[in-house]
Design a protein around this ligand. Structure first.
Ligand code: NAD
Length: 254
């Protein structure tokens, strides 16, 4: 059984969706987990709900695209506990548009959160983990990193996350710190449920139906499916696995 007792974790973008599921799972395995998100009310609600389950969770409002805030968050958690064992870079947004119509603002917004935000969190965390000679960095990329229609900004950022992850893995391996990326395929969260409102003409009624048709298992995944992989990568059992890019997608990318 995965035992994270005594470990301290930060999960970004964990007020809802995948991040919430990941935070809940890490806490259920015994970790003290910082629920961090730009959505202040969401942080409060999620902390209350998970604490009511008896889990060790703390809340912190954090915009990962703000370098100073990101550094302060990592340093404050370290100062409070004298350690930082697990960083899960999960916060992400999409601003989809076809390349020929994408605005520069859409490009920058997504790169700021989905790529710069990962760097802003990982750099201070890596300094702590090097010193500590242990640590786990798990980055949530996406199956879209290999390219996806309407997602030039998102795919570029998620591909950047893969490069950052592999570099961190190479640099930190000798310090007992691992860095891996998970690529969810199509997971049921508020981000994807919005596709049920996108009506299509042709064989699929909505963009949700179209996406599900691309999954060999014939259904969207659940946040728990991703959280299970994060919990394993965060554990001592995964000590010899680093620099990997792992699909969790019901066979979507094979
Ligand atoms: P979601 O929109 O349901 O949740 C994202 C959370 O991140 C929200 O709580 C939001 O407030 C927070 N957030 C947004 N910007 C932030 C910022 N600047 N700083 C801190 N928090 C911020 O999305 P989700 O589906 O749970 O996605 C989580 C991650 O998984 C994202 O990185 C996303 O790209 C990735 N992903 C999701 C899927 C999927 O099918 N749902 C597939 C592949 C990858």
């Amino acid at each position: 059984m995965i035992d994270l007792t005594g470990k301290v974790a930060i999960v970004t973008g964990s007020a809802r969706g995948l991040g919430r599921g990941i935070a809940q799972r890490l806490a259920r395995q015994g970790a003290t987990v910082y629920i961090t998100d730009v959505n202040e009310a969401g942080v409060r609600q999620t902390v209350d709900e998970l604490a009511a389950e008896g889990l060790s969770v703390r809340g912190r409002v954090l915009n990962v695209a703000d370098e100073a805030q990101a550094r302060q968050c990592v340093e404050a958690v370290h100062a409070e506990h004298g350690r930082l064992d697990i960083l899960v870079n999960n916060a992400g947004i999409n601003r989809d548009a076809m390349l020929h119509k994408m605005t520069t603002q859409q490009w920058h917004e997504v790169l700021m959160v989905n790529l710069n935000g990962v760097f802003y969190m990982t750099q201070p965390a890596s300094r702590i983990m090097r010193e500590q000679r242990s640590g786990r960095i798990v980055n949530i990329s996406s199956a879209s990193w290999m390219g996806n229609v309407g997602q030039a900004n998102y795919a570029a950022a998620k591909a950047g996350v893969v490069g950052l992850t592999k570099t961190a893995a190479k640099e930190l391996a000798k310090y007992g710190v691992t860095a891996n990326a998970i690529c969810p395929g199509f997971i049921e969260t508020d981000m994807t449920l919005a596709l049920k409102d996108v009506k299509l003409q042709g064989p699929f009624a909505t963009a949700w139906d179209l996406m599900v048709s691309k999954v060999p298992m014939g259904q969207a995944g659940k946040p728990e499916d991703v959280a299970n992989m994060v919990a394993f990568l965060a554990s001592d059992e995964a000590r010899y696995i680093t620099g990997e890019v792992i699909n969790v997608g019901g066979g979507m990318v094979l």
